[in-house]
Design a protein. Sequence first.
Length: 159
Amino acid sequence: TGRDDRMGRAMAFALLMVPYFLIMWLLVIIWSGYWVLAPGILGAGIVGIGSGIGLGSWVGSIWQTSFPPATGNMFRTSSGGGFETFIGSMITLFVPTILTGLFGAGAALALHYPWTGWLVLVLGVTVGALVGWWGISTGGRRLDERWPEVLNAVTWQGD
């Protein structure tokens, strides 16, 4: 199903990004010594990863591009639609960045109000999970409705 496709891609992304993020988070906290910031920064990172997965799953179900076969020239890829690709890229770049920044600002408040870090952690996990679930679900439904078009869009039409 489309949801399985989106979930598989989300799991592959998370398999790479979550350990990397956790290692970097821990190293930064150890290096800085600001343990009071640990929960808030963790929450900000989780909302970034979760919203990136969700929005990427949704946008990926709307716009697809084809790539040449393995023996083909990678520099001859089709752009897949200029403006739409640009808009999709901007959505998947800026929305998670803005959310992470907002939650990061909340995490910084923990220097003066330690409870805000824990609040950011809870909200970050909640918002990240909800946006991730929304993107996987709606993206999956969209794919289920248009699999033939998707397969045609990702099939290489070049020479």
